[in-house]
Write a protein that binds this ligand. Structure first.
Ligand code: NAG
Ligand code: NAG
Ligand code: NAG
Ligand code: NAG
Length: 388
């Protein structure tokens, strides 16, 4: 009897949800946020946190600001579209993320990004100013950050010298605080899923700001203890992806911790090397650092621009924290509050276990070769369907 009642109630609720979903296809910011909320029953969103400052920009203003999306104003390619620099008639500089018209996924990513980022405010996250939707055009308008992204500094021989260790350390700590906010200090628990050097922007004072929430997911609510979700669609960037995510589509706060570890090691190493994969584990950055660490020579990875002027113990500590973050088993990896604490004190650190060498051997290769879609080994964000 109880079962029958329960299934009727269930059916009724499902029907309501379905009706609600179908009846909505207007693109106002609230409906975007609302349909986003609906599509995931597991989360608890607080409507009052919605950022009412979010402004609607008219398309013609954006066209004028970006000189009709001229090539000279193009800042780069993001996850699902291009980013342009713009200057509003009042002189304010903006960055416009224009979603590709032909990307079916783009609309989902757009809804997602608006809904998520509108609720977030932290000095280590890029600030959204508004959005523009007109016809087929969908755009997000952000504050413009003159110093561009972190990868343009750390992977560039000459610009790298502008960052001394003190600055690098500040950047590392800022990124860590930004992720900590996403994971547990905001009202939502958010997993970014695409943390990498090109998604960290730098303001005039070289403070880091995490950008690009197109792939981000909310898991659980304030009190929700769900920290791991399974997805059939693996998105992210190889080299920064934890093994459980790259191979089984499992993501959690610990997969962001993994990406953070890679990023930290890249900042110290000063080379883009982690995306390379080969049977020889030491041919990727993490494998290389691990081999040296075992021999007590981890300091050899420190980029020459940092060497000389660097307090060795602080760098060595950061390398160890990086290795703790990229450990093979997610449960071994520290959470972000531990990472922030470890960066901020000098208490002894645990010894890292063997890291994961994503796609290290032929077995792992086989796993991924069952996936559909292009596997790119460069820095471009990939999106592929796991054939499972
Ligand atoms: C902007 O460029 C597109 C083609 O790239 C063109 O169709 C459109 O008329 C231009 N708009 C303005 C305002 O110049
Ligand atoms: C960052 O940007 C500001 C403002 O454009 C500029 O003054 C500063 O020199 C830049 N810093 C670096 C390291 O390029
Ligand atoms: C990555 O770095 C290691 C150590 O410097 C080097 O042996 C290896 O060849 C590099 N791999 C690539 C693809 O650059
Ligand atoms: C983070 O890890 C520490 C140490 O394992 C633990 O005490 C703390 O409760 C964790 N915090 C969260 C929010 O899970």
């Amino acid at each position: 009897m109880l079962l029958i009642v329960a299934s009727i109630v269930y059916w009724f609720i499902m029907r309501k949800i379905k009706e609600k979903r179908q009846s909505k296809y207007t693109f106002s910011i609230t409906s975007v946020a609302a349909s986003f909320e609906e599509s995931s029953t597991r989360r608890e969103l607080d409507g009052s946190t919605r950022n009412s400052d979010l402004q609607f920009f008219e398309l013609r203003k954006i066209v004028a600001a970006t000189d009709n999306f001229s090539v000279s104003n193009k800042l780069g390619e993001g996850g699902f579209g291009s980013v342009y620099k713009g200057c509003l008639s009042n002189g304010k500089e903006i960055a416009v993320k224009r979603l590709s018209k032909y990307s079916g996924q783009g609309i989902e990513e757009f809804k997602n990004e608006v809904a998520i980022i509108a609720k977030l405010q932290h000095r280590n996250l890029v600030r959204i100013l508004g959005y523009c939707v007109q016809g087929e055009e969908k755009m997000l308008i952000y504050e413009y950050l003159p110093n561009r992204s972190l990868d343009t500094f750390i992977f560039d021989e000459t610009k790298r010298s502008l960052l001394d260790w003190g600055k690098c350390f500040e950047i590392i700590c800022g990124i860590a605080r930004g992720i900590l906010y996403l994971h547990q200090d905001s009202r939502l628990r958010i997993i970014h899923r695409d943390l990498k050097a090109s998604n960290v922007l730098l303001d005039n004072a070289m403070h880091p700001k995490i950008a690009d929430f197109g792939m981000a997911r909310i898991v659980g609510g304030e009190s929700g203890d769900q920290i791991e979700a399974n997805t059939n669609r693996v998105v992210g960037t190889y080299g920064y992806m934890s093994p459980e995510y790259a191979m089984r589509g499992l993501f959690s706060v610990k997969s962001d911790v993994y990406s953070f570890g890679v990023l930290l090691l890249e900042i110290i190493y000063g080379k883009r090397n982690s995306t390379y994969f080969h049977d020889d584990p030491s041919s990727n950055l993490i494998g290389h650092v691990w081999e040296l660490w075992k021999e007590g020579k981890a300091m050899e990875i420190v980029d020459s621009s940092l060497v000389d002027k660097t307090p060795d113990n602080e760098v060595a500590r950061c390398i160890q924290i990086g290795l703790l973050c990229v450990q093979e088993y997610a449960t071994d990896r520290p959470n972000m509050s531990s990472v922030v604490a470890m960066l901020g004190n000098d208490r002894p650190l645990p010894s890292p276990q063997q890291p994961a060498f994503v796609l290290k051997g032929s077995n792992h290769r086989k796993d991924t070769s069952t996936s559909e879609g292009a596997i790119s080994v460069n820095e471009v964000t990939i999106s592929l369907i796991h054939g499972r």
